[in-house]
Design a protein around this ligand. Sequence first.
Ligand SMILES: Nc1ncnc2c1ncn2[C@@H]1O[C@H](COP(=O)(O)OP(=O)(O)OP(=O)(O)O)[C@@H](O)[C@H]1O
Ligand SMILES: [Mg+2]
Length: 291
Amino acid sequence: MVTTSPSDPMTELATPVESPAKASPSTKANNPNPIAEQDAMIEIDDVSFSYDMGKTNVLKNISFNIPAGKVTALIGPSGCGKSTLLRCLNRMNDLVDTSKVTTGQIRIMGQDINAHDVDPIELRKQVGMVFQKYNPFPKSIYENVAYGLRIQGIKNKARLDEAVEKSLQRAALWNEVKDRLNSSALGLSGGQQQRLCIARTIAVNPRIVLMDEPCSALDPIATARIEELIAELQEEFTIVIVTHNMQQATRVSDRTAFFYLGELIEYDDTTTIFGNPSVTQTEDYVSGRFG
Ligand SMILES: Nc1ncnc2c1ncn2[C@@H]1O[C@H](COP(=O)(O)OP(=O)(O)OP(=O)(O)O)[C@@H](O)[C@H]1O
Ligand SMILES: [Mg+2]
């Protein structure tokens, strides 16, 4: 996957991974690792992260495993490090010169993604990202979705047509745009543009889709469409979503991780985090008493 060697663990593990048992033992605070390694798509193992070459850590010794084929929500007050952690998962933080993973390891399908032989561009094909502000390219609807495929060297028109249609269908946008594929993507509504960005992300068939507050710029109807879409996409992809919307976390996610000041405070089934959390801080946050 990240490298082309057939013995590459990411390639070897690119077979369906068993979903984690919902009945795994309840998570306790500070030891939030209820998902067995073999069931984890992403293993975050004692990760600390700094934007100033290690002088201050904005993520502090984070450990938890993210299950395959599920939706995991990251919640917590502004500035607690949710986006930073999300960007660690596809090495987007590499773009910040002074950034540094100061401790620990992130493994995706068993592969240490910060290992020297991992190509971040290849990694990002497997770990796609959807941003808060939808950001289609100033190109046609078709070309937005075909973009990643063209970069992969796919030129065959029939193959591109098929992939564009499939991705737009998977993103629940096909029916709305099939008659205007050559029109500018910028002419779509905000909610449509965000679904287009999702189509563009899934067109290259990633294993994981990271979403950083994907609905925060959308109205309630467009938000509901994206939430429905997330539920459908979870059958094919492992999804990690940052959200400030507590109702959204309860609606879309299977598991929730609560962060505060760079620390993982609690990680568990979403129903437990919102219904019966172990830590008072979690309870205060999910009930709106702070944050
Ligand atoms: N590129 C950067 N350079 C330096 N510091 C950064 C950078 N990006 C984020 N930070 C800092 O890292 C900390 C965590 O930020 P991050 O964006 O991960 O928080 P967040 O939980 O996503 O917040 P929000 O809910 O407001 O989006 C903050 O103190 C922030 O100021
Ligand atoms: Mg953020």
